[in-house]
Design a protein around this ligand. Structure first.
Ligand code: 13P
Ligand code: SF4
Length: 317
C-alpha cells in the first residue's frame, strides 16, 4: 500500500472522500472537536458516549475514526470484527497519555478493595483494570452505582472534583491527570468576558478547572453544551470547551451569538485540541485510500477492557 503524495491527491478532496467512502464500504465517525469539514463528511458526529454506541452498533467494512486514539481503540474493542482506521496514529490525549497502565496498576494496588471508575479518555490497558467506564455525559450517574464504597476515579482530577461536588462526596481516590485544553481557560479572562456580556450564559465542560466551573451557568459534555446552546437561540453563550462545538451549534442556530472562553495566553489557539487537530482532510483521504493506519488492541486485553465499557453502555441506556 502506498502513501499518497500531496501532489497526487484530487483537487476536490471532499468529493473524493465521499467517493472512497462508498467504494470501500466505510463509515466515518467524528468527534465534535474535529474541524468543520471533517464533521460535515462524517456519517455520525457525536460526543464520546454517542461515538462508542455508534461503534458498537455499526455494520460496515471499515470504521474511519476521526477523533483521538483512545476513541478508536474503544471502537475496536466494541466491534472487533471491523477494522478501525484513523487519519493520524499520533492523535493521542493528555489524559490517556498521562496515565500509563503500569503506574495505574501500582496505584490500584495501593488502594485494595476500591472500585475503579475510569473516564473513557484512557488507554485500553487502563480500561482493562477498571470496574466501570464513564464519559462526561454519564459520569455522575455511573459513580452513583458505588455509593458507600471506596472509589478510585481516573484519570481526570477536574472531572473527579466535579463528580464529587455533584454527588456530595469528598472521599474519592483520584489519579491526578488533566486535559491540556480545558485546563488552559483563564478564570480572570472569563470573568472579564462575563462582565462585558452579562446577558450571556456560560457553558462549560467538566474537564475545566474549578475556577472556570465556578463561573458556569451550565456544566455538561459536548452534546449537553451543544443542546443547551441550541435551545436558547436568542441568548448569547460563552463556551468553555474545544471550539469544534461551535460548528455543530452554528449548523442548528446560525444567528446565535457565541463567545469563546479566553485562554490563559491570549495569543494561542488554546481552545483547539492539538491532538484532535492532527486529523486533516488530506490525512482522512489518505487513510481511506490506504485503509490504514489501523488501531488494534491485543485480543486478551480487548476482552478485559470490553467488560467495563459494556457495563457502562448497559447502565446508561
Ligand atoms: P465528551 O465528548 O464526552 O464531551 O468529552 C470531551 C473530550 O474531551 C473528548 O476527548
Ligand atoms: Fe484529550 Fe483534552 Fe484533547 Fe479531549 S480535548 S482529546 S481530553 S487532550
Amino acid at each position: 500500500m502506498t502513501k499518497t503524495d500531496a501532489g497526487e491527491r484530487p483537487a476536490d478532496l471532499e468529493a473524493a472522500i465521499q467517493e472512497l467512502k462508498r467504494e470501500k464500504g466505510a463509515v466515518i465517525l467524528a468527534h465534535f472537536y474535529q474541524e468543520s469539514e471533517i464533521q460535515d463528511l462524517a456519517d455520525v458526529v457525536g460526543d464520546s458516549l454517542a461515538l462508542a454506541r455508534a461503534a458498537q452498533e455499526i455494520d460496515c467494512r471499515m470504521i474511519v475514526f476521526c477523533g483521538v486514539h483512545f476513541m478508536a481503540e474503544t471502537a475496536a474493542i466494541l466491534n472487533p470484527g471491523i477494522p478501525v482506521v484513523v487519519p493520524d496514529l499520533e492523535a493521542g490525549c493528555s489524559l490517556a497519555d498521562g496515565c500509563p497502565p503500569e503506574e495505574f496498576k501500582a496505584f490500584i494496588a495501593d488502594h485494595p478493595g476500591a472500585k475503579v471508575v475510569t473516564y473513557i479518555n484512557a488507554s485500553a490497558g487502563v480500561k482493562a483494570m477498571s470496574d466501570l467506564i464513564c464519559t462526561s455525559s454519564n459520569a455522575v450517574e455511573m459513580v452513583k452505582h458505588f455509593e458507600g464504597e471506596k472509589v478510585i476515579l481516573a484519570p481526570d482530577r477536574h472531572l473527579a472534583r466535579w463528580i464529587g461536588r455533584e454527588t456530595g462526596r469528598d472521599d474519592f481516590i483520584v489519579w491526578p491527570g488533566a486535559c491540556i485544553v480545558h485546563e488552559l481557560f483563564s478564570a480572570k479572562g472569563l470573568a472579564k468576558l462575563r462582565a462585558q456580556h452579562p446577558d450571556a450564559e456560560v457553558l462549560a465542560h467538566p474537564e475545566c478547572d474549578q475556577a472556570i466551573l465556578d463561573q458556569a451557568d451550565f456544566i455538561a459534555s459536548t452534546t449537553g453544551i451543544i443542546a443547551r446552546a441550541v435551545a436558547s437561540p436568542d441568548r448569547p453563550s460563552i463556551i468553555a470547551t474545544e471550539d469544534g462545538v461551535f460548528h455543530a451549534i452554528r449548523k442548528q442556530v446560525p444567528d446565535k451569538v457565541l463567545y469563546q472562553a479566553p485562554g490563559m495566553d491570549e495569543s494561542c489557539a488554546c481552545n483547539q485540541c492539538p491532538y484532535m487537530r492532527l486529523n486533516t482532510l488530506e490525512k482522512l483521504y489518505d487513510c481511506l485510500l490506504n485503509e490504514g493506519p489501523t488501531v488494534t488492541v491485543p485480543e486478551e486485553l480487548a476482552k478485559q477492557a470490553l467488560v467495563p465499557i459494556e457495563r457502562m453502555l448497559e447502565l446508561s441506556k
